[in-house]
Design a protein around this ligand. Structure first.
Ligand code: ADP
Ligand code: MG
Ligand code: MG
Length: 200
């Protein structure tokens, strides 16, 4: 498994297209346990990312690409999720600066830094029914032989049954059990696209 600058760029463009396709689904989920804007927020963010990527011929390395994506998401997504998704890419940049291809421990370190960064920023941890419940198992799976697709699917199924303890969904208490967390679903969209380029 290897992530190159071109690979990450491809994954991001595919994520933007997939977010557009699932925009209404994301918003509907957020209507049930939030304020009904997650699809709109993510669509706004990834449309901006796509434009930035298409406007620029090439990126020096994974650090430069990740930093631009992180800053763009922070500026455009809004809500609770904007700074959190932005943090993922800003943290990638701190580990992958100057590198145009990462694998093994360096690949893992970027994801670990990102997951820890989201936890710190959101004052959250795995098990609270948020995007972290997909990011953390994905990160740990980079060290195992388990197919990433399966890990993402299992993480989503597990997250769905949890009781929300962070963000707006936490106001729904026990009623949140059995409903999918919108941020977990959007994270799975991004991570599926990354898994696809990692698997080559
Ligand atoms: P808002 O709740 O401000 O409207 P969004 O609807 O865009 O923002 O994003 C909601 C998603 O953000 C949730 O589904 C959850 O996955 C994620 N989220 C919210 N708060 C936190 C937190 N403290 N830690 C981790 N993730 C969080
Ligand atoms: Mg919302
Ligand atoms: Mg909102």
């Amino acid at each position: 498994m290897k992530l190159t600058t071109e690979g990450l760029k491809t994954a991001l463009l595919n994520t933007a297209d997939q977010i557009e396709k699932q925009k209404d689904e994301l918003t509907d989920l957020d209507r049930e346990i939030g304020d009904g804007d997650h699809g709109i927020n993510m669509s706004r963010g990834f449309t901006a990312v796509k434009k930035e990527l298409e406007d620029k011929d090439s990126f020096a390395d994974l650090g430069e690409l990740s930093k631009l994506v992180g800053m763009t998401l922070i500026k455009t997504v809004g809500g609770a999720s904007g700074p959190l998704f932005g943090t993922v890419f800003v943290k990638f940049a701190t580990k992958w600066n100057g590198k145009s291809s990462v694998e093994g421990d360096v690949l893992y370190d970027g994801f670990k830094e990102a997951a820890d960064g989201v936890a710190a920023r959101g004052k959250s941890k795995a098990g609270q029914k948020t995007m972290l419940d997909v990011f953390e198992p994905f990160t740990e799976a980079l060290k195992s032989d388990e197919p990433l697709e399966t890990v993402i699917e299992n993480a989503l199924a597990y997250t769905k049954e949890l009781k929300a303890e962070k963000g707006r969904a936490s106001y729904f208490g026990d009623a949140s059990k059995g409903l999918q967390d919108p941020g977990a679903l959007s994270s799975s969209i991004l991570l599926r696209q990354i898994a696809e380029v990692l698997n080559g």
